[in-house]
Design a protein around this ligand. Structure first.
Ligand code: UD1
Ligand code: CA
Length: 444
């Protein structure tokens, strides 16, 4: 059996006033990524043939965040049905299944969406499939009124519900799948005769039933459909999304010693038998290969770590850090746009910026690559097998040849040949007996 294609409309025109923010609600990040992008990422798994995001006037930043998905402007916020109508231009002539989602319900999974679409394909061919859930506290959610056979009869908004309807525990999560052939007709008939004076999308169900079309409910767990309306709910959603990401990392073969303290980005990639200690943060764009150990209290973003490397404790890998196989990056080491070849060691208290470090080179404690002169960045190249003595400053641009040794405490401003020794510091002078004479002179 072949099925029609899917289109998606994401409603995000609300200002989200309860966030008390200058940023539109759907741009607040979860796991470092704007909420609305999570919805788009989930929708993308369904390979939709058309997608539109409905935004309010002046929400150019939302339009920019969702690009290349088109943003359509709902001029006035007259309700959720009006918002979907704003996307009619994008949906014109579409006859497949139309999924309507809310931009502030970011934890929805593609699996649940697929279940709803598949329900739409069943024999009774419902005009509308609604996602239901049973919240611990049904509060102000719309209630789903179901007939004895399990079919959906109507949705009543909390404000418009009778006392007995308010006792219904099955609530509207907000996600709906419409049969595209019947959606335009249904939404054209939605009016605003209700407590809020808004055009409710939820009225489409009653209108469908009045025409004899079936409507259906698919249920989802509360954790997947929670809406984010305030900062406390944002924090709650962050907790849930991190739990998911931790679980996925472990299911893929990583050990997290104390999972609750490890923070991921949606795009973090960990290989097999990676071990991550407590309190590690993965910002965007991190890829870690097999058998890497990341010890406690590390912060990584935009970094790649090759097989068998050891990172931390207390290391910071910034964008452009590329750690080679078996390399070691130790405590209080920061690496930015720096490449460590196989087996290189940078173990203590070091800044590596705009640099390459050759295979098996050893960078001593307290080494600094001085990559910035206040105007531009320059590169440091350290050859394979080189040894940089502790507390050296390498003033870029500068090259240290293969196998060269830099004496401890050097300030290196000139290139060093392969296998040479360079010592660039004040020469040591010893004065025998000086200290004793000094103390004696002070006692008088
Ligand atoms: C809506 C549902 C309710 C459901 C609840 C789940 C309706 C009428 N009610 O109520 O049954 O239980 O969600 O969270 O749909 N929006 C626009 N343009 C508008 C109005 C809203 O784009 O004119 C967007 C908002 O930005 C938001 C979404 O639609 O993303 C939902 O709107 P909201 O006003 O929050 O609806 P609820 O009252 O929460
Ligand atoms: Ca809401």
């Amino acid at each position: 059996m072949t099925h029609s294609s899917v289109a998606a409309v994401i409603l995000a025109a609300g200002k989200g006033s309860r966030m008390k923010s200058d940023l539109p609600k759907v741009l607040h990040p979860l796991a470092g990524r704007p909420m609305v992008r999570h919805v788009l990422d989930a929708v993308a798994k369904l390979n939709p043939s058309r997608v539109a995001v409905v935004v309010g006037p002046g929400m150019e930043n939302v339009a920019a965040a969702v690009a290349p998905v088109p943003a359509v402007v709902q001029t006035k916020q007259l309700g959720t049905a009006d918002a979907v109508r704003a996307a009619f231009g994008v949906l014109k002539g579409f006859e497949g299944d139309v999924i309507v989602l809310y931009g502030d319900t970011p934890l929805i999974t593609p699996e649940t969406m697929m279940k709803m679409v598949e329900r739409q394909w069943e024999g009774d061919n419902p005009a509308v499939v609604v996602l239901g859930f049973r919240p611990a506290d049904p509060g102000a959610y719309g209630r789903l009124i179901v007939n004895p056979a399990g079919g959906l009869e109507k949705i009543v908004e909390h404000l418009d519900a009778s006392a007995s309807e308010r006792k219904v525990g099955l609530c509207n999560a907000g996600l709906m799948v419409f049969d595209g052939k019947r959606m335009f007709e249904l939404l054209d008939h939605v009016d605003c005769n209700n407590a809020k004076g808004e055009y409710y999308l939820t009225d489409a169900v009653g209108l469908a039933r009045a025409r004899g079309y079936a409507c259906a409910v698919v249920e989802a767990p509360e954790a997947e459909v929670m809406g984010v309306n305030c900062r406390a709910e944002l924090a709650e959603a962050e907790k849930l999304i991190q739990q998911r990401l931790r679980r996925a990392a472990m299911d893929n073969g990583a050990t997290l010693t104390d999972p609750d303290t490890v923070y991921f980005s949606p795009d973090t990639k960990l290989g097999r038998d990676v071990v991550v200690g407590p309190s590690v943060v993965f910002g965007p764009g991190v890829t870690v290969a097999d058998r890497v150990e990341i010890k406690a209290f590390c912060h990584l973003e935009g970094a790649t770590v090759a097989e068998g490397a050891t990172i931390g404790p207390y290391a910071r890998l910034r964008p452009g850090a590329e750690i080679g196989p078996g390399a070691h990056v130790g405590n209080f080491v920061e690496i930015k746009n720096g490449k460590l070849a196989q087996g290189a060691k940078v173990n203590h208290l070091t800044y590596i910026g705009d640099a390459t470090i050759g295979a098996k080179a050893n960078v001593g404690a307290g080494t600094i690559t001085c990559n910035y002169d206040g105007f531009s960045k320059s590169r440091t190249e350290i050859g394979a097998g080189a040894f940089i003595g502790s507390n050296s400053s390498l003033v870029a641009p500068v090259k240290i040849g293969d196998g060269a040794i830099v004496g401890a405490g050097s300030v290196v401003v000139k290139d060093v040949e392969a296998d040479a020794l360079t010592v660039a510091r004040g020469r040591q002078q010893n004065y025998d007996g000086w200290a004793a004479r000094f103390r004696a002179s002070k006692k008088k």
